[in-house]
Design a protein around this ligand. Sequence first.
Ligand code: ADP
Ligand code: MG
Length: 249
Amino acid sequence: MLRVESLTKRFEGLVAVQDLNFEIIKGEILAIIGPNGAGKSTVFNLITGTLPPTSGNVFIHEQDITGLKPYKIASKGVARTFQTTSLFDQLRVIDNLMIAYKWRTRLGFWNTLLHTRTWKTDQAEAYKHSMETLEFLGLAEKSDQFVPVLSQEEQKRLAMGIALVSQPKILLLDEPTGGLIQEETDRITDLINKIRDHGTTVCIIEHKMQMIMGMADRIVVLNYGKKIAEGTPDHVKSDQAVITAYLGG
Ligand code: ADP
Ligand code: MG
């Protein structure tokens, strides 16, 4: 479904991602794990067009999307969350989703301005999709709340909703349970499984080994920007290079 080929990203004096190859297969949950600074978030930035790669390519359904603008890549059905959530605190929950929906589906400002007739239709459509997403997330009763009132877990759910509202084919999650306690992590895990069961392919960056072992179909392990192992959780768990690098030997 999505494939990266010889992907490399150099920052000044540092190779963050080096000659990386892997693919995301339709319907799976693929996890990318590795120590802090391994290059995981950079991989998402390269896939989504947030950063241009130094070399290498990204393909979606064998179409080369390397170097395209983020909104172009988003329009191919790729959505992401960020490691630190970027919600609008001054807006209600529902508005956060409606803005995301309009932005992704390009029912944005210019569209509204140029096709004033359609404003009401756009608004109704954005509202409908946003409410459906809130139901799915278990946040429907919070729709009129402002973001800061939400718990940390609810904010994480909303951030996932912002990615989901445009109904992507592939969802990229960057440490979606960062800072959460076990009980909250378990509920987010259930939500991620539910997202996959609804037909969305998931690629998740995670730190929490235990969570990933029970959830991922396959795992790619990064260390210093390089892939050091790949395979099923059982395979990766017993890989000596992984034990040394990731678990600290
Ligand atoms: P991870 O998500 O695995 O913790 P990152 O992809 O965030 O790792 O970072 C990999 C390395 O690249 C780190 O050493 C980080 O400091 C560096 N890095 C990431 N983004 C930038 C950037 N925009 N400019 C310079 N260095 C960066
Ligand atoms: Mg990161």
